[in-house]
Design a protein around this ligand. Structure first.
Ligand SMILES: Cc1cc2nc3c(=O)[nH]c(=O)nc-3n(C[C@H](O)[C@H](O)[C@H](O)COP(=O)(O)O)c2cc1C
Length: 155
């Protein structure tokens, strides 16, 4: 892996924080890796295919009135603007956030994984789920970042 592109949606800043922690970890431990990011609000179909590895990150919302959905911006991106994207076997990963006050805790992950699968992506490693505020959960994010690096070190 020489490049990683992160597409994320964040409303109260939690997902953005997690993406920032991950990017800092990768900059420190894999300085040769080019890490770029874009928010779902402005992302276009070519954002999905521009890097070696695609990472999708979203909080869980009640988009459309039902709990357990994608953040509204990620929902519009994946279901409308990027609905015809062909990932053509690209290595992909996913991060979801949620809150355990909701029954469908962190279920945005299922929508992200489903998108990867139905658009011919290859999920490279199990998804990361951060439940409740991410502040204080930096170790979990960094351990997952290490797994991401390990996954590609062996390829
Ligand atoms: C309107 C709304 C609906 C939410 N629905 C869910 C949900 O169904 N399941 C869940 O686990 N968390 C739910 N959450 C919690 C968020 O996923 C959680 O706070 C997350 O960290 C927000 O990330 P963000 O700040 O990056 O948007 C909801 C939050 C809001 C504001």
């Amino acid at each position: 892996m020489t490049s990683l592109h992160i597409l994320y949606a964040s409303t109260s800043g939690h997902t953005e924080y997690v993406v920032g922690v991950l990017a800092d970890f990768l900059a420190k431990h894999a300085p040769e890796l080019v890490v770029t990011r874009a928010v779902a609000e402005v992302a276009q179909p070519d954002d999905f295919t521009k890097a070696d590895v695609l990472l999708l990150a979203s909080g869980t919302w009640n988009t459309g009135g039902i709990e357990g959905q994608l953040n509204p911006h990620m929902d519009v991106l994946l279901k409308k603007r990027a609905k015809d994207v062909d990932l053509a076997g690209k290595a992909c990963a996913a991060i979801s956030l949620g809150d355990d006050r909701y029954y469908y805790t962190g279920r945005a992950v299922e929508h992200l994984q489903q998108f990867i699968k139905t658009h011919n992506g290859a999920q490279a490693l199990p998804s990361l789920m951060i439940v409740n505020e991410p502040y204080g959960q930096e170790d979990k994010v960094c351990k997952w970042g290490q797994k991401l690096l390990d996954t590609f070190a062996t390829r």
